[in-house]
Design a protein around this ligand. Structure first.
Ligand code: NAG
Ligand code: NAG
Ligand code: NAG
Ligand code: NAG
Ligand code: NAG
Length: 433
């Protein structure tokens, strides 16, 4: 199959070369565009349009890959296709799919016509088709002008309602498109002139200092030779919500008491008041109705406050004119604070430890003193027994151990040693304190 085509092409090209000497075997008249696009075509937007490009091609060329049909729009290639029958089986990507993807546009290979499923305003322009045989100059059709009649429409469609802030300078836009370009005009209700301080700037309604008298229905009308369309906009005059009584804080409340938080607001329309705790809206389902009272005037009362009620309480005021939120911190003081507070517990533990230590050291001191005393008594007893065995001496020694110490010369050395050790020991005890 392929081989035979190549042979045909070889023969053809050699014939073409020879053609310069002899007459061409394919006369130029055999490759031609019989019918090009209509010189003037006017189509309504969204309608189907077909631009013809009927061509004549000898079967020899029709079976080769060397003929291209191309459509140009304003000089630029829009679509092109290889007319050879094998083109659909070649591995090369189809050129038709490489040029601008647009499902609305198809190029019919069998008769060369360009088909629009629904024309858009952007499709308007100059169209021309072209037949290109390899090695020959391109054959062009006449140029056809496509005009699209754009439907009269608002772009974008105006919003049915518009909220304007009282006292502000506001604008309301109305834009329309169509062929020919439409005139756009604003009116009050459907026919009344515009109120004072409201002007129409080429389809844009300008409010200089929005006032309550300006509220109402305004109509935007767009018209051209095709007809007339209109859109009605309802103008509302609003006042953004504002706190008259904002929640104040931080608040500190004792467990079991009543916490009262106020929140009031003004605005037009009247804003609603919504309380939240740590960003979770309070409602009948997540609060204890016996303790939480959300009053009509916006005040939030919490009876018998619990420690878990501590947190950030936010009041949101809102209307169609906007939203605002303010929050306060509520701190709950516990009644069992001594046992609850970690710091207090730590302090108590430290005091107890210090007390225990003091008692311990005091006990040690007393014990050493007692030991020292017992040691002296024994020494006294031993001395008395050895020197005179007098009972008075014993009593004397108990009250004036220093004198006894001085008197007894025999055991002075050992006594001194013992007392130094005791002194050192008691000093160590003192140092610990
Ligand atoms: C071209 O072919 C298509 C079908 O493939 C047909 O709908 C259309 O009318 C034809 N156009 C012309 C100009 O013959
Ligand atoms: C229009 O604006 C002027 C100046 O801002 C003001 O004095 C006047 O009262 C306004 N008229 C109406 C009807 O609002
Ligand atoms: C009104 O708008 C049109 C197109 O949007 C523009 O051509 C024209 O100049 C404008 N006129 C004025 C007075 O702004
Ligand atoms: C409270 O719970 C009931 C039943 O589950 C539900 O219908 C209602 O919408 C809830 N209310 C709020 C404010 O979530
Ligand atoms: C709201 O009403 C309650 C009881 O009627 C009152 O105690 C509270 O003070 C009121 N709030 C304000 C902000 O006036």
């Amino acid at each position: 199959m392929m081989k035979s085509q190549i042979t045909v092409w070889r023969l053809l090209s050699s014939a073409l070369i020879l053609g310069s000497v002899r007459a061409s075997p394919i006369p130029s008249a055999e490759v031609s565009i019989v019918e090009g696009p209509q010189p003037q075509l006017t189509a309504k937007e969204q309608s189907a349009v077909q631009l013809p490009c009927a061509y004549q091609l000898p079967d020899v060329l029709r079976q080769s890959n060397s003929v291209t049909l191309r459509w140009r729009k304003d000089g630029k290639t829009l679509r092109q296709v290889e007319l050879g029958q094998t083109s659909s089986t070649t591995s090369e990507p189809q050129l038709e799919t490489m040029v601008r993807e647009d499902a609305r546009l198809t190029l019919r290979k069998e008769n060369g016509s360009l088909h629009f499923a629904g024309v858009l305003a952007s499709d308007a322009g100059q169209y021309q088709c072209e037949l290109v045989v390899e090695g020959r100059p391109a054959i062009s059709s006449n140029s056809g002008s496509l005009e699209v009649i754009e439907q009269l429409k608002f772009v974008p469609q105006p919003q049915p309602t518009k909220n304007l802030e009282l006292g502000s300078v506001s604008k309301v836009h109305c834009k329309a498109q169509g062929t020919p370009p439409p005139q756009v005009k604003w009116m009050r209700e459907s026919q009344l002139p515009l109120p004072e301080n409201v002007t129409d700037h080429n389809g844009t309604l300008v409010f200089r200092g929005v006032s309550n008298e300006q509220r109402g229905q305004y109509t935007c009308m767009a018209s051209n030779s095709q007809g007339q369309i209109s859109a009605t906009v309802s103008i509302n005059v609003v006042v953004a919500p504002k706190f008259t009584v904002p929640p104040v804080g931080p608040g500190e409340i004792s467990e079991g008491d009543i916490a009262v938080m106020h929140c009031q607001a003004t605005g037009e329309p009247k804003p609603t008041i919504q309380w939240d705790k740590d960003l979770t809206y309070l409602n009948e389902n997540n609060t204890d109705p016996a303790r939480f009272h959300l009053l009509e005037n916006g005040t939030l009362e919490i009876h018998n406050v619990q420690t878990e009620d501590e947190g950030r309480y936010g009041c949101t005021i809102g209307s169609s004119a906007g939203l605002k939120r303010e929050e306060v911190l509520l701190v709950v003081k516990s009644n069992k604070s001594a046992s609850n507070s970690i710091i207090t517990r730590i302090i108590i533990v430290i005091i107890c430890l210090a007390f225990l230590y003091f008692v311990l050291v005091l006990g040690l001191k007393l014990w050493y003193r007692y030991r020292r005393h017992m040691g002296k008594v024994q020494l006294e007893d031993a001395t008395h027994a050895a020197v005179d065995g007098d009972g008075d001496g014993h009593e004397h020694a108990e009250h004036e151990p220093c004198l006894t110490e001085a008197n007894s010369s025999k055991n002075l050395k050992s006594k001194l040693r013992e007392s130094t050790i005791l002194e050192q020991e008691s000093q160590v005890a003192d140092d610990i304190v």
